[in-house]
Unconditional design. Structure first.
Length: 138
């Protein structure tokens, strides 16, 4: 069980590297005007999303489900955590939509909007780590 938990945490960190950095790339991409920078951001965003962030997310979820169903964890903390995980998955999928918009030069949002958008995974990470470690709700 401890090995599963260790890799759950390792892949969660990988996932969050992307959840934090992809919207940051969107900030700089939204501010770019020259063709070379725009082309470079498109490559960076695609590689981050498909090469790191999505595999990290899928493996984190798979190992989380293994922990939950394989080792009999339960409680209100887990229910609240799963609700936050659903929000995180929605955020991830919305990032895919934004990636697609940038790829086709159809972004309509400002860099300021992406700066605010970038804060949501921070709040979710803080909430989930407190829920699973401190377990303020049982
Ligand atoms: C399908 C989604 C997920 C499920 C079913 C799940 C389930 C679990 C379970 C059952 C544990 C063991 C808790 C314990 O040892 O008391 C755990 C540990 C942990 N999970 Fe998840 N998890 C999921 C996603 C996530 C996500 C998205 C994050 C990060 C934001 C995360 C962060 C952690 C951390 C940090 C621990 C270690 C807690 C500790 O050792 O005290 N999990 N998870």
């Amino acid at each position: 069980m401890l090995w599963v938990k260790a890799f759950h945490i390792i892949f969660m960190v990988t996932w969050f590297a992307g959840l934090f950095y992809l919207p940051r790339l969107f900030v700089y991409h939204a501010m770019s005007e020259d063709a070379a920078s725009i082309a470079r951001f498109k490559i960076m965003e695609r590689k981050l999303f498909y090469g790191i962030m999505t595999p990290g997310g899928v493996i984190t979820l798979a190992l989380g489900l293994w922990l939950w169903l394989g080792f009999d964890f339960s409680g209100a903390w887990l229910t609240v955590k799963l609700a936050l995980v659903v929000v995180l998955i929605a955020y991830h999928l919305y990032c895919a939509k934004l990636l697609f918009d940038f790829k086709h030069d159809r972004n309509t949002r400002s860099h300021v909007w992406y700066r605010w958008f970038n804060e949501l995974p921070v709040l979710i990470l803080i909430a989930i780590v407190i829920l699973v470690v401190v377990k303020p709700v049982f």
